[in-house]
Design a binder for this molecule. Structure first.
Ligand code: PHE
Length: 340
């Protein structure tokens, strides 16, 4: 029996030191010390021993049992420590390693230019008005003094949805919405998308952006228009920037003008960029036609106003020296990442 106990202890020692994890160790504990274990079997046989031997064997068996228990708890401790050390090693952060940079987005050049222009006008006391892109013919044409058979409608190839509903071809439609609801003094700008059924090329797109401006008050003249636009262009392109007004025709302004800005490349001398002109066309403008004012319930004998419509793509292209409008719409990251 003594020999048996010795062997049990010996085997248990080996098995404990070989146990690889806490689960294996627990299984081992049940196998070596549990009710069905060899050791329990021996303890049950104690009764058969002589009264003299029984306490000695009992003592020995208990010692074996407590030795094995000690070994088991030491091993448990060791395995726990090892597991924790491994976890800590795995979670170690090397603070000196370079981090992974998350990609940071930036504003589209059109948005940057729009924001800048808004800031300039907000500084002059304008507010920003919004209008629908899907528009009634009335607001896009008729109220702007373009009756159904007016030839100028042809110059703005229109996407019609029904006879009466279309995609707006100009932000000038917002003028009418504003004047219907607000009495002078009026000072607004209205940026937004406009649509024309143009073929795509380096300077045309069926979708582009305009910023409309409208001022209506007592005593507004063409001088106010010119002063306002001159200030805008100086803020956008630098203090030496000059503008030029050429007579033109728009049905909703009288007189009307096309406004050119001095060529950034040759400063007015004439070069390839401006096709020898020295100036580049940037916007349409004029004094709001009395018919348009009257149609919106504003007395044209008391009030006058000016309006302008600025192509945002042109402003951005001139500003960033972009030669092809398509680049603004293709969303190629290699292009967009250049604008900070
Ligand atoms: N709406 C005109 C266009 O798209 C521009 C414009 C606006 C002209 C306001 C005069 C006044 O061509």
């Amino acid at each position: 029996m003594k020999e048996q106990l010795r062997q049990i202890e010996e085997k248990a020692k080996e098995a404990i030191s070989a146990a690889a994890d806490l689960k294996a160790l627990e299984e081992l504990r049940v196998r070596v010390l549990g009710k069905k274990s060899e050791l329990s079997g021996i303890l049950k046989q104690m009764g058969k021993l002589s009264a003299e031997e029984r306490p000695k064997m009992g003592q020995l068996a208990n010692k074996v049992r407590s030795d094995i228990e000690t070994l088991l708890s030491e091993k448990t401790e060791a395995l726990r420590n090892a597991a924790q050390n491994a976890r800590m090693a795995a979670e170690t952060v090397d603070v000196t390693m370079p981090g992974t940079k998350p990609p940071v987005g930036r504003l589209h050049p059109l948005q940057t230019v729009e924001n800048e222009i808004k800031e300039i006008f907000l500084g002059m006391g304008f507010s920003v008005a919004d209008g629908p892109e899907v528009e009634y013919d009335y607001y896009n044409f008729e109220a702007l003094n373009l009756p159904p058979d007016h030839p100028a409608r042809d110059t703005q190839d229109t996407f019609y949805i029904t006879d009466q509903i279309l995609l707006r071809t100009q932000t000038s439609s917002v003028q009418v919405h504003v004047m219907e609801h607000q009495k002078p003094p009026i000072r607004i700008i209205s940026p937004g998308r406009v649509y024309r059924s143009d073929a795509v090329d380096a300077t045309h797109s069926p979708l582009f952006h305009q910023i409309e401006g409208l001022v209506v008050d007592k005593g507004i003249t063409m001088a106010d228009l010119k002063g306002t636009l001159e200030l805008l262009m100086r803020r956008l392109y630098g203090e030496d920037c000059k503008i030029r007004l050429r007579p033109h025709h728009f049905p909703f302004t009288e007189p009307s003008a096309e406004v050119d800005v001095m060529c950034f490349s040759c400063h007015g001398k004439g070069c390839r960029v401006c096709k020898g002109e020295g100036y580049i066309e940037l916007l349409g403008a004029g004094m709001v036609h009395p018919k348009v004012l009257e149609g919106c319930g504003i007395d044209s004998s008391v009030y006058s106003g000016f309006a302008f419509g600025l192509g945002l793509e042109r402003v951005a292209m001139r500003r960033y020296n972009i030669s092809d409008m398509r680049l603004l719409f293709e969303n190629d990251m290699r292009f967009l990442e250049q604008f900070r």
